[in-house]
Ligand binder design. Structure first.
Ligand code: CP
Length: 305
């Protein structure tokens, strides 16, 4: 039985295959409309979500399957003190596959130890978010036609931004990727991510606090929200939340074929005026999230079309 807890649970070849399947779904959705008939997806969200939960549900419904689950911990028996393991064990009795988001790092891994069906990590605390990474990779591939030979800038909360950690791991496995990490000093990429994804493999990266000085060299700019829910005090959040605000003026010297990504939700870090710029890829990212999750659900259920 396969789970997706960390993006490195998938080989590069498997990711390329998921992208190819997603492309086929986009081209001919009717071909897949009964692929998961009779199968049930459970979405167990112990933390808020719009895109991830609803795209998983939409994905399963578009595959002809059905969905069940909860969207807040308070409406599940975890409010009565049930452990994650017991909740997942119980839901395994009803569902064929489980997508789970939890505020505690490692909770989906713990769930996978007791589950009798595949577990998908839909975001665990400030750790990882592998299915967002699949949506990011599909978007980059659709925009650029490849996943190698880029200079990629990550900007904002690189400490708590789980989407950043997973995407750095994923891109570090492709050829000739250079990373530029742009953040306040307090929100730098964690050392363990640098060690595991970059230093061990000798992958080049630079770190800066200044977005505008590096924008001209970037092929991809991955903006992120400062993750208020992970801060220990409100004062620090208020001080750091507007560290970077992308505006049309700041893009004047950017490459003509820059792709601007953001996992969303955004707060203030990309002005709405940027949405009109054809380089803004974040709404395409949202759409792509559904198709790549359709491909993932089929893969983990062992369904081939
Ligand atoms: N990108 C993402 O995880 O969005 P949601 O929190 O809305 O699911």
């Amino acid at each position: 039985m396969r789970n997706l807890i960390d993006i490195t649970d998938l080989s590069v070849e498997e990711i390329d295959q998921l992208i190819a399947t997603a492309e086929d779904i986009i081209a001919d959705p009717a071909k897949y409309s009964h692929a998961c008939a009779g199968k049930q997806l459970a979405t167990l969200f112990f933390e808020p979500s719009t895109r991830t939960r609803l795209s998983f549900e939409s994905a399963m419904l578009s595959l002809g399957g059905s969905v069940l689950g909860f969207s807040e911990a308070g409406s599940s028996s975890s409010a009565k003190g049930e452990t994650v393991g017991d909740t997942v064990h119980a839901v395994s009795c009803y569902a064929d596959i489980i997508a789970m988001r939890h505020p505690k790092e490692g909770a989906p891994y713990a769930a996978a130890q007791v589950a009798e069906v595949p577990i998908i990590n839909a975001g665990d605390g400030g750790h990882n978010h592998p299915t967002q990474t699949l949506a990011d990779l599909l978007t980059i591939h659709r925009d650029k036609g490849r996943l190698d030979n880029f200079t990629v800038g990550f900007c904002g909360d690189l400490k708590f931004g789980r989407t950043v950690h997973s995407l750095v791991h994923a891109l570090s496995r492709y050829e000739n990727i250079k990373f530029v990490f742009i953040s306040p000093l307090e929100l730098k990429l964690p050392r363990y991510v640098k060690e595991e994804a970059l230093k061990k493999k000798g992958i080049p990266y630079t770190q800066t606090t200044d977005l505008e000085s590096v924008i001209p060299q970037l092929d991809i700019l991955y903006m992120t929200r400062v993750q208020r829910e992970r801060f220990f005090n409100e004062e620090d959040y208020l001080r750091l939340k507007d560290s970077y605000i992308l505006t049309p003026a700041k893009l004047t010297n950017a490459k003509a074929d820059l792709s601007i990504l953001h996992p969303l939700p955004r707060v203030n870090e990309i002005q709405v005026a940027v949405d009109k710029d054809p380089r803004a890829a974040y709404w395409r990212q949202v759409k792509n999230g559904k198709f790549i999750r359709m491909a993932l659900i089929m893969k983990l259920l062992g369904i081939n079309i």
